[in-house]
Design a protein around this ligand. Structure first.
Ligand SMILES: NC(=O)CC[C@H](N)C(=O)O
Length: 192
């Protein structure tokens, strides 16, 4: 099982490490052709405007939409969540516009720019260690989206079929259970 990590910007090596801890092979994806080698894709955190620009420049918008249309799972973390969203508050155009969620960028304010907490996540037994860095929030979810975790009543993890998104960085701790959850989604997509 091979899982790609979009390697245009952001915490690529950390995601690859977590994927491998979860028992799959992690591959950095720098060119659209490389998507053919993988069964699932992670879009890491970083700066969503920059990632979006680079995705347009290198043809990733169309290529990842096709990847998604083929039912292959995608996991967006932090900026990656913003990139997946159908709607971004205060911004006219989305990037990939795949997931039926509305997001707000940098939604925790200056006081709480970066923090760590333990979160209950639906489908994972014990709380997950979550690192938030200038994180976005999911303001609302549309039909077909399952909320997996909330922090202070705000949605921070959601799933819509083969799409998974988290506001925080699951790759920055040794807790790889959200990556395990994603690897299991990829496995299930192969079986069907
Ligand atoms: N850690 C992150 O990925 C931060 C996301 C960033 N603040 C953005 O809006 O794109």
């Amino acid at each position: 099982m091979k899982i790609g990590v979009l390697a245009l910007q952001g915490a690529v090596a950390e995601h690859i490490r977590s994927i491998e801890l979860a028992g799959a092979e992690g591959i950095a994806i720098k060119k659209v052709e490389e998507l053919e080698q993988v069964q699932g894709l992670i879009i890491p955190g970083g700066e969503s405007t920059t990632i979006g620009k680079l995705m347009r420049k290198y043809g990733f918008i169309e290529a990842i939409r096709q990847f998604s249309d083929a039912g292959k799972p995608i996991f967006g973390t932090c900026a990656g969540l913003i990139v997946l969203a159908k709607s971004i508050e205060g911004q006219e155009e989305p990037h990939l516009g795949l997931m039926n969620i509305t997001v707000a960028r940098n939604a925790f304010g200056r006081q709480r720019e970066s923090f760590e907490t333990d979160l209950d996540v639906k489908g994972i037994e014990e709380p997950v260690r979550a690192v938030f860095i200038r994180a976005p929030l999911i303001r609302s979810v549309g039909d077909g989206v399952d909320v997996l975790s909330s922090y202070n009543d705000e949605i921070v993890t959601a799933r819509e079929g083969h799409l998974l998104a988290s506001s925080f960085h699951p790759e920055l701790t040794d807790d790889y259970r959200l990556h395990q959850y994603f690897v299991d989604m990829v496995k299930a997509s192969q079986a069907s």
